[in-house]
Design a protein around this ligand. Sequence first.
Ligand SMILES: NC(=O)c1ccc[n+]([C@@H]2O[C@H](COP(=O)([O-])OP(=O)(O)OC[C@H]3O[C@@H](n4cnc5c(N)ncnc54)[C@H](OP(=O)(O)O)[C@@H]3O)[C@@H](O)[C@H]2O)c1
Length: 301
Amino acid sequence: MFFKKKPISQIDDDQIALVENAQRRIRQKKGLYNHFVFWIFTSVVLWFVNMVVGVGEAVLILDYPWFVSIIILWSLLLLYHAFQVFVTKRFMGKEWEKEQLKRLTALQQIKIEKIKRSLDKEAQLIADSQFQSEQSKPKQCITIIAAAAANNALGKDNNLIWHLSNDLKRFKQLTKGHHVIMGRKTFQSMPKALPGRVNVVITRQEDYQPEGAVTVHSLNEALEIAKDDLQPFIIGGGEIYKQALDVAHRIELTRVHAEFEADTFFPSFDLSVWKETFKEDHFKDDSHDYDFTFVQYEKTN
Ligand SMILES: NC(=O)c1ccc[n+]([C@@H]2O[C@H](COP(=O)([O-])OP(=O)(O)OC[C@H]3O[C@@H](n4cnc5c(N)ncnc54)[C@H](OP(=O)(O)O)[C@@H]3O)[C@@H](O)[C@H]2O)c1
């Protein structure tokens, strides 16, 4: 047979409690015994005083000789004392209370554990569904859109160098309804704000407030304004493209197959980071002076 070993401190506590309880019980029983002896002794004395010596012979209480009534009442008291010792203090004493309290606490503990487990489960479900909705949320695609010559030329004297109507059409089609983010110089190169789009102009000037555009003082601020747009476009010019390469996810580049003298250039970008995902060639015709290609790049990391 195997006994589970209790730690020494627990043995001591249990033993002390047992000894204390036994001592208490002995004291209670001794008290009852003394009461009983005293009751017998007093009853005999009262009987003797009344019946033999004749003290208060004719005195009645509740129709009994006085000493009989006193002994009856005392007997009831003695019975009550015995009941206290053998029933109340045995079963419902401090130990009983402690035991009940322990049991109730254990039950409460089980309930608390159950509630905790179901709360944990609920929290996990909420976290999972939040994670899933986060995952299924469409990601923003910050897109650089530019037309650059074979030598990366973009513009000269704050103007475009060529006119390619199909490129302009594509620009309009792609950017319609979105935020178009640009440097102050590019904005000033246009006759007015681009209609049907939110024009966001980046400048360091505090008091620059052109008509039809929102002014900001950094690219980050511009992207913050466009944070709810799934595809905000960075539309130039050279300075802004350079800063945007780090944060952009896609480049829509119109490569014009000719070289031009220019003062603004498209920045070179790392082709191990940017992968070509789409390409469409267009050739010169009556309304297009140069061959050009639409090329799409996606950032790979
Ligand atoms: N081919 C294309 O696809 C294309 C597209 C767009 C533009 N372009 C051409 O590009 C040329 C303009 O380009 P660009 O490089 O000269 O100028 P830009 O990039 O359009 O604008 C530069 C201006 O933006 C503001 N800026 C730049 N970085 C900033 C920052 N970090 N914080 C606050 N403000 C900042 C400054 O404005 P403030 O000086 O006001 O402080 C700066 O002078 C033009 O020739 C235009 O025609 C070509």
